[in-house]
Design a protein around this ligand. Structure first.
Ligand SMILES: *Cc1c(COP(=O)(O)O)cnc(C)c1O
Length: 387
């Protein structure tokens, strides 16, 4: 009996992306075996951390680079901000989140104030810092960043690389250079960008934060990769606010296993495999319904894959996209999709974790839902389903 059968849990087909409420990603059997083995052992945790640091730096070599693991990227944001405020000074580490006497302002482009389940500004505040959004959600210039980081008591510049970011792209390299001119360190949150670590590091940020459990598919983990002394200051927070955010031994071992698997899964081959899934899916559904259009949606932040957008037309009546999402979720297995564009009648689908059988189930589920909707064409008094 598997765990779903034993406890009567909802079976999921996850087309919602690396989404926390449904378990984010599926680890490979090799990662599972490594984790299972680790759970029965003791380790010198510092040794495991040093081993991960070495493994990361072998793959992303640079002078003066190190890496460390914490619980997740949300934790890593808090830890990196705390590190920027306290350095490796034990008294300052122990004092946070009381930031009295420390630089405590964290400059962040307004469009980078993302919400990935909670506002990133909450992770910044948890360290005892004060977020200082600059520019507007639509645009933030390097000049505006330059002026903001020049203010007294600035601890760090926070940048985010994610499809969640709003507005015109901020030139990361120039923003980093501006902060560095004022002696301000830069923290770059690239949580879902583990196939772009090279590009993130190339911005010159002092530390780059990447989730282990998103596309890398390790157990829950946050990777902090950057300047050796900055990473050391991050680890110093294990005796401060970072205590509740620590890496587990199984996460450390799982990250090592996941990094080894990634060596045999280069971006080009991965992109081809993802493209093939998207092609198969689009071919199967593009003729399905006169009132639905289907399009390929390349990842807007440069990860090497595309998602799918289903656009529900007027013919299905009001709130058609909501009704599709709800009906798919009620199926067994429950089909979960991306809902952030429902206001534009768009249902998003990410196929990355799905196998061929699950893609078939997705097509079957969607076909059934659309045909049911066509059977019960809604009257003018149709109301939005409760969400
Ligand atoms: C997912 C995500 C996070 C949070 O990552 P966790 O490792 O799940 O805590 C932070 N920032 C961005 C941009 C994300 O996409």
């Amino acid at each position: 009996m598997n765990v779903h059968e034993r406890y009567g849990l909802t079976r999921i087909i996850n087309a919602a992306g690396s989404y926390t409420p449904v378990g984010v990603s599926r680890s490979s059997p090799q990662v599972g075996a490594a984790v299972s083995d680790a759970l029965g052992r003791f380790f010198v945790i510092d040794e495991l951390q040093a081993t991960v640091s070495l493994a990361v730096c072998e793959r992303y070599p640079a002078a003066d680079r190190a890496a460390a693991v914490c619980h997740c990227v949300s934790a890593a944001v808090t830890i990196a901000v705390a590190a920027a405020m306290a350095g490796e000074d034990p008294e300052a580490v122990a004092a946070l989140p009381d930031a009295t006497g420390m630089p405590h302002k964290v400059v962040i482009p307004a469009g980078h104030c993302v919400n990935y389940g909670h506002p990133i500004t909450t992770s910044i505040r948890l360290a005892g810092a004060k977020p200082i959004p600059v520019g507007t959600a639509r645009a933030c210039s390097v000049d505006e960043i330059d002026q903001a980081v020049a203010q007294p008591d600035t601890a760090a510049l926070m940048l985010v690389s994610s499809r969640l970011v709003q507005g015109r792209d901020v030139d990361m390299g120039r923003a980093v250079a501006a902060a560095h001119r004022h002696g301000v360190p830069v923290i770059l949150d690239g949580a879902a960008q583990d196939r772009r670590i090279d590009a993130l590091l190339a911005t010159g940020a002092d530390v780059v934060l990447v989730s282990g459990h998103k596309y890398l598919a390790s157990p829950t983990a946050g990777l902090m990769i950057g300047r050796r002394d900055f990473v050391a200051a991050c680890r110093a927070q294990e005796k401060g606010v970072g205590r509740a955010m620590k890496a587990t031994k199984e996460a450390l071992v799982g990250v090592l296993a996941a990094l080894e698997i990634r060596d045999h899964d280069p971006n080009d081959a991965w992109r081809e495999a993802q493209d093939a899934k998207v092609d198969t899916f689009i071919a199967a559904v593009e003729e399905l319904d006169d009132n639905m259009s289907v399009e390929r949606w390349p990842d807007p932040s440069g990860m090497p894959f595309s998602r799918v957008r289903l656009r529900l037309g007027e013919g299905h009546g009001p709130h058609a996209a909501h009704r599709v999402v709800d009906a798919l979720a009620r199926a067994d297995p429950s089909i979960r999709v991306m809902t952030h564009e429902l206001a534009h009648s768009v249902v998003g689908l990410e196929l990355v974790p799905l196998d061929a059988h699950e893609i078939k189930q997705l097509v079957t589920g969607l076909t059934r839902v659309l045909s049911e909707m066509n059977d019960e064409a809604p009257g003018p008094d149709a109301v939005a389903p409760n969400r």
